[in-house]
Design a protein around this ligand. Sequence first.
Ligand SMILES: Cc1cc2nc3c(=O)[nH]c(=O)nc-3n(C[C@H](O)[C@H](O)[C@H](O)COP(=O)(O)OP(=O)(O)OC[C@H]3O[C@@H](n4cnc5c(N)ncnc54)[C@H](O)[C@@H]3O)c2cc1C
Ligand SMILES: *[C@@H]1O[C@H](CO)[C@@H](O)[C@H](O)[C@H]1NC(C)=O
Ligand SMILES: *[C@@H]1O[C@H](CO)[C@@H](O)[C@H](O)[C@H]1NC(C)=O
Ligand SMILES: *[C@@H]1O[C@H](CO)[C@@H](O)[C@H](O)[C@H]1NC(C)=O
Ligand SMILES: *[C@@H]1O[C@H](CO)[C@@H](O)[C@H](O)[C@H]1NC(C)=O
Ligand SMILES: *[C@@H]1O[C@H](CO)[C@@H](O)[C@H](O)[C@H]1NC(C)=O
Ligand SMILES: *[C@@H]1O[C@H](CO)[C@@H](O)[C@H](O)[C@H]1NC(C)=O
Ligand SMILES: *[C@@H]1O[C@H](CO)[C@@H](O)[C@H](O)[C@H]1NC(C)=O
Length: 619
Amino acid sequence: MSTRARNFFLFTLLVNSLTSAKILSSPAELVQTEYDFIVIGGVGNTAILLRFSLTDLAWIAGTAGSVLSARLSENPDVKVLAVEAGASNEGIVETMAPFLGVSLSNTLLDWNYTTVPQEGYNNRTLSLTRGYVLGGSSTVNLLTWNRGADDLWDSWARITDEPGWSREAMEKYWLKSSRLVSPADRHDTTNQEEPSIHGNGPVQVSVGGFPTELDGRVLDTSKMLGGRFPYTVDLNAGHFVGVSYMQSSVGGGQRSSAATAYLNPSQERGNLDILINTHVTKLVQTGSWRGWGKPEFRVIQVAQSSEDAPIQVTARKEILLCAGVIGTPQLLLLSGIGPWQDLKSLGISPILALSDVGQHLTDHPAIPIYYAVNSNSTFDRYLRNDTLFAEELGHWEQTHQGLFVDSPGNTQAFIRLPNNASIYESFEDPSSGPGAGHLEMIFIDGFAQFGSLPQPETGNFLTVLAGVVTPLSEGYVTINSTNPFDHPLIDPAFLTSPFDQYAIVQAIKDIQEFLASSPWNGFVLDAYGDLLNATTDDAKLEYVRAYGSNINHLAGTARMSPRTAKWGVVDQELLLKGAEGIRIIDASVFPSIPECHIQAPVYMIAERAADLIKDRYHL
Ligand SMILES: Cc1cc2nc3c(=O)[nH]c(=O)nc-3n(C[C@H](O)[C@H](O)[C@H](O)COP(=O)(O)OP(=O)(O)OC[C@H]3O[C@@H](n4cnc5c(N)ncnc54)[C@H](O)[C@@H]3O)c2cc1C
Ligand SMILES: *[C@@H]1O[C@H](CO)[C@@H](O)[C@H](O)[C@H]1NC(C)=O
Ligand SMILES: *[C@@H]1O[C@H](CO)[C@@H](O)[C@H](O)[C@H]1NC(C)=O
Ligand SMILES: *[C@@H]1O[C@H](CO)[C@@H](O)[C@H](O)[C@H]1NC(C)=O
Ligand SMILES: *[C@@H]1O[C@H](CO)[C@@H](O)[C@H](O)[C@H]1NC(C)=O
Ligand SMILES: *[C@@H]1O[C@H](CO)[C@@H](O)[C@H](O)[C@H]1NC(C)=O
Ligand SMILES: *[C@@H]1O[C@H](CO)[C@@H](O)[C@H](O)[C@H]1NC(C)=O
Ligand SMILES: *[C@@H]1O[C@H](CO)[C@@H](O)[C@H](O)[C@H]1NC(C)=O
């Protein structure tokens, strides 16, 4: 995104947020301080942006939190409070037009986290985007809709010793969370998707609605090469290997998020209060469960800034912690829950020793590969010409058609490493099974600035975003400050495992093989930049170290494990181990990082969690 385009976005962010809705924008507006459930990382929806200075702190609805808020408030007898802190998604065009999602990083809707220096990336620090807006990261993400391999869900059932997480048992939550709709341009989608495997839930899902010159070539190459690049009609059917049209959380050319699909339709319910612009600063121990010594947490503290005196709110039944992979461990640590020594060294009185809190942070490392192309139809010209850009935006606003209906990239591939790959001499296959890939590729008709290489001033390009979806590198989230308004320390430890280094180099070689085949003849010109001369494996790895980034699929900082296991943070029902009153529902509980984009699995676990809660309390 050019600076001009960025300024344009920031400007429209402000002018478009004039809508208003019934909402509590400060803890002082709470008429009650006791609820059945409190959802942290829930929801928000008001015209607060105009009242914000750029430095105000606020929170926003999470992906899982929105699902929980909507499902639990279906029962009018249940009182739910969702605590969040930021702007409404409503009226913000960048959250609605799929193509503009990439522009939301480092705006008012982003937490603006940074990693600690990443040794695997030449000690560079990376910015990590996390949604700070209604719907959480589902409002700012790049929309790809992947259910994950059947093997993935079955591996989770094995790891957690709980058949309820298996592919078969989770089928109903897949069907309950999303539904397939027509692409924006209503083109014939025969052989581009398998309608029969899709459900009838609130999130709208569709294949790309603005076909590009790459789509046919990608599919033709797959049909021609076969082998490790098989054509797969619908990856979401469960065999998650192959080259396919990409499905996204888009309906009618607009983003479908946890906010638009779950929250906005339920926010007028009298039994759901949504407190925005408010930070949960602590989970408060309120006693010992039935005198057994198990600490009980029924109260949260909230504040709008570190200067405010915190206000306490009680959850009669449960506190539902949905603050995400970074916010959840931060809040646990601030509350005295985590590795005993770490807490003590910060001067926090430990309440519950759980050494896995904040550990096992994992993400998919990624590298964008660029080629010059013999075409003038890529989207590059839109990013260089404000007039053209504004015209296309106007076109989208009036018709919900055109370039802006898709997040860049209409086709996607998940590929397995060769069976005889030399890395298997030192590592076992880390994938959940033969139905899951190791590598991912997304094919984009223009220069997509996903790494650290800046947008070229001239020329037409294609981008293949390549990633490793079975990374073995693991890092952590921890805190070095007891001020809840300070950012935690975040270390995804990208490319520290030799497996990940090997796999990302293999991904580059696969892309080179793919693009060297005949459907690309006369279209693909030279590789762009340093990649041109990266002929050895070592040089390719150096290229990744210099320009690589991530796909924003952070997971695993409060892992689920069997109830009796010594490792892990939550049990099979997502209840915090060794405590009473707290359940964690977000991507931090994933027992392993999915071999795909992870939002659909977040919705699915949130749907199942809502049922577990309803069952437990007979709601
Ligand atoms: C830029 C980007 C692109 C992505 N692209 C894709 C994609 O294409 N496809 C895909 O499947 N996935 C994608 N993802 C990942 C996916 O969106 C996330 O994994 C998922 O939305 C996480 O859901 P969650 O409920 O765990 O957390 P979130 O949705 O992040 O929700 C956590 C919420 O908690 C709030 N919060 C945190 N701490 C506190 C506190 N102390 N008090 C109050 N509130 C708090 C936050 O503001 C936030 O609203 C992307 C993510 C990003 C950031
Ligand atoms: C993130 O950074 C942008 C750009 O500097 C800023 O406008 C915004 O307020 C920041 N977000 C938060 C939540 O502070
Ligand atoms: C990164 O930092 C570490 C520790 O400071 C240092 O040992 C290493 O040489 C640095 N790597 C690069 C590529 O600069
Ligand atoms: C692209 O535009 C240039 C300049 O107008 C022209 O010379 C070239 O032939 C065009 N290329 C294609 C593939 O249309
Ligand atoms: C920018 O786009 C407008 C509208 O299509 C066009 O008239 C103009 O010539 C373009 N400017 C440049 C520098 O290409
Ligand atoms: C793996 O097998 C392929 C073809 O069967 C062969 O070309 C390649 O050299 C083999 N690689 C290794 C590392 O043995
Ligand atoms: C915590 O770490 C950050 C990032 O390294 C640093 O800027 C900050 O000063 C540290 N804070 C404390 C209290 O040590
Ligand atoms: C690649 O190597 C050639 C020959 O050494 C050199 O002329 C060229 O500048 C290099 N290109 C890049 C992009 O580094």
